[in-house]
Ligand binder design. Structure first.
Ligand code: AMP
Length: 162
């Protein structure tokens, strides 16, 4: 009851009532924390949630070494398989339908924004490691999503990256 009252206060005060929430996770152990934060923002009865993980094609990353590395497609398909099974476990732990979990390929920040735009998402939730110094200059997925996101973005502070 207390939680419902708090939720209604939050909803009234900030005029939030997100209906279509996208959660971007990289399948690390921090994902649980990010999903929990997103679920806490499902204040509207009809709110829906999608969880995505983006697998970046290796060819684009290691183009100079491509011929030396040989067939990268099998590594990529193993990465997709691993992400699918990790995501299934994640959604099941949080009582979210398996239909809400998606593994896609591409550049994470681009795919997250494209998904949000094409599916009419009104809130993107992701993690941030609060980079500073060189890390900040190099940018992070959170920074890149924030620039040009078609909707609100919640960056949940997660454990510092080493
Ligand atoms: P990072 O750029 O590694 O600091 O990641 C910040 C946050 O962006 C992570 O906590 C995730 O929420 C999200 N993220 C990073 N990489 C991916 C990915 N490949 N797929 C989906 N979300 C991601």
């Amino acid at each position: 009851m207390e939680t419902t009252n708090q939720a209604n206060t939050l909803k009234g005060r900030f005029n939030v009532g997100y209906k279509n929430i996208l959660v971007a996770v990289d399948t690390s152990e921090e994902s649980d924390h990010i999903v929990k934060a997103a679920k806490a923002l499902m204040l509207d009865d009809g709110a829906s949630i999608s969880i995505i993980t983006v697998i970046q094609p290796l060819y684009g990353l290691y183009v100079d070494m491509y011929s030396a590395l040989g067939d990268l497609s099998s590594i990529e398909s193993q990465a997709v398989e691993y992400a699918n099974s990790t995501l299934s476990e994640l959604v099941s732990r949080h009582g979210i339908s398996p239909d809400s979990a998606h593994v896609i390929t591409g550049k994470p920040s681009i795919e997250i924004k494209t998904w949000a735009e094409s599916k009419g998402v009104d809130l993107i939730v992701l993690g941030t490691h609060g980079q500073h110094g060189l890390g900040l200059m190099l940018g992070s997925t959170a920074n890149s999503v924030l620039h040009g996101a078609p909707c609100d973005v919640l960056a949940v502070r997660v454990g510092k990256k080493t």
